[in-house]
Design a protein around this ligand. Structure first.
Ligand SMILES: [Zn+2]
Length: 59
């Protein structure tokens, strides 16, 4: 299962790739927000062991 997904920001319509970065330390799952790097809009919210890394996709 790949630890990334692609989405489009609903606010500025930038194509984004969301990667999950898992941390090796066990800290329990927390709900983390993935934010658009361009306009700071929340594009996804999910439980993760680590944090979301959001990068812009350039064609
Ligand atoms: Zn945006």
């Amino acid at each position: 299962m790949p630890l990334f997904s692609e989405t489009t920001c609903k606010k500025c319509h930038t194509r984004l790739r969301i990667s999950e970065n898992e941390m090796s330390i066990t800290g329990g799952k927390e709900k983390e927000s993935a934010r658009c790097p361009k306009c700071n809009n929340i594009v996804d919210e999910a439980m993760t062991n680590g944090f979301w890394e959001v990068t812009q996709i350039y064609d």
